[in-house]
Design a protein around this ligand. Structure first.
Ligand code: SF4
Length: 408
């Protein structure tokens, strides 16, 4: 049998359980005959359809969930938010970790998670905190809209749900900042609901296991379907975490350790020798470079800052005054947007530029510095903060780079 999932341009198609030689449907819902060696196939071209693929051997698809759980019981990662074997998961810790882990690595999240639970040990404590405190504690983790949604969610759970998270995917999705993946992850891990959250690690494992030829992101629904076949009848949360751990430690993007993988006898990509080519992805489009200026003004031991608008990129975060960030902006045009203060020294341009890459565009900032006299008042909407307390400000990484560059 073959587990290759092929796609050219790929029609929407359902994956059905194998039944004799009729196992898939075309885009109109008609049964399509496939050779018995192909259990899953999507958008297969006539040439590839006739060519038998290497055949997974002994283990069957029904054995995979059991193999995965047995491996997980021996090799699970110890993570600060994870319950010990046999202990019930704490929905607050699961939720907090899942929000923090969006777009961020386990290594980066660890210290932030510890700080948050030390200060706010449950969702009610977080829901009764101030948003400014939450943003300050989050500073450095990036993607700051997550912090605002995190806080809004804690407030909603505290005020509208009596401090208990809803225990269904539907109920969870109604909360701020919880999308389909996060809802499934919390439902499975915290409440053992029979659902499979599919993150990047799981996408990689599944796309290799079944040799999914369709490119991401179009392949997501198919990968979701295939991933669901790896759920055990009970311990749904452990099934999901087993796949996450397998992707993080064994089925890594480069050089997967297939000899240690519990699913290796049944993995199509391994049998083909094509592991590292999955998941298939469309080439990335990088955004257009934007350019601007940042103005670092000191008054003795203080620095001039302002808060960004609540909505939009880095909403509500602290920044030094700056120009617009525009594609193709000339330095002279950016410099004209410098703040106006009485008794300011001449602007000094720092050598070099600060670069930062956001999700949708790279940014280049020229940095200017100036000194203000000791009694100079901050312009409207700005404030002086002691340099010694900058760590308490909700400074995004790009501003940390700017200040470090300016103050040397
Ligand atoms: S056998 Fe290799 S490629 Fe296949 S799932 Fe396991 S680690 Fe990944």
């Amino acid at each position: 049998m073959c587990f290759a999932v092929m796609a050219g341009p790929v029609p929407a198609i359902h994956v059905l359980p194998a039944k004799k030689d009729v196992d898939v449907r075309d885009e109109r819902g008609h049964d399509v005959e496939r050779p018995a060696y192909c259990r899953y196939s999507v958008g297969m071209s006539s040439t590839t359809a006739r060519k038998p693929r290497p055949e997974p051997s002994v283990s069957t698809s029904s054995a995979r969930p059991t193999l995965l759980l047995a491996w997980y019981d021996r090799h699970r990662r110890r993570l600060p938010w994870r319950a010990a074997p046999g202990e019930a998961s704490d929905p607050y810790r699961v939720w907090l970790s899942e929000i923090m882990l969006q777009q961020t690595t386990v290594k980066a999240v660890g210290p932030y998670f510890e700080k948050f639970v030390a200060r706010w040990p449950d969702v009610a404590a977080l829901g009764n905190a101030s948003q400014d405190d939450v943003l300050r504690m989050w500073a450095g983790l990036g993607y700051y809209s997550r912090a605002r949604n995190l806080y809004a969610c804690a407030v909603a759970v505290t005020r509208e749900h009596g401090g208990s998270f809803p225990d269904t995917e539907e109920g969870l999705r109604a909360l701020p900042g919880i999308g389909p993946y996060t809802a499934a992850a919390i439902a499975a891990i915290a409440f053992d609901r029979h659902t499979m959250p599919v993150d990047g690690n799981i996408e990689r494992v599944v796309s290799r296991l079944f040799a999914v030829e369709q490119e991401l992101p179009q392949a997501k629904p198919l990968i979701q379907q295939l991933a669901s076949t790896l759920l055990a009848n009970s311990r749904a949360g452990d099934s999901a975490q087993a796949l996450m751990d397998l992707g993080a430690s064994i089925c890594t993007p480069k050089k997967p350790a297939c000899s240690l993988c519990p699913l290796n006898e049944d993995c199509t990509a391994r049998l083909q020798g094509t592991q590292e080519t999955f998941p298939r992805k469309a080439p990335k489009k990088s955004g257009t470079l934007r350019r601007g200026a940042a103005f670092v003004v000191t008054r003795g031991d203080e620095l001039l800052v302002r808060s960004r608008p609540e909505k939009g990129l880095l909403g509500g975060m602290t920044e030094v005054p700056g120009s617009d960030w525009l594609a193709g902006q000339e330095d002279a045009a950016a410099k004209k947007q410098a703040p106006e203060l009485k008794g300011l020294s001449r602007w000094q341009r720092k050598v070099g530029v600060v670069t930062h890459v956001f999700t949708h565009f790279p940014l280049e900032l020229v940095v200017y510095t100036a000194k203000a006299e000791i009694r100079t008042r901050a312009p409207a909407g700005m404030r002086w903060v002691p340099v010694a307390t900058l760590a308490d400000e909700a400074l995004p990484n790009v501003m940390r780079k700017v200040i470090a560059h300016a103050l040397g």
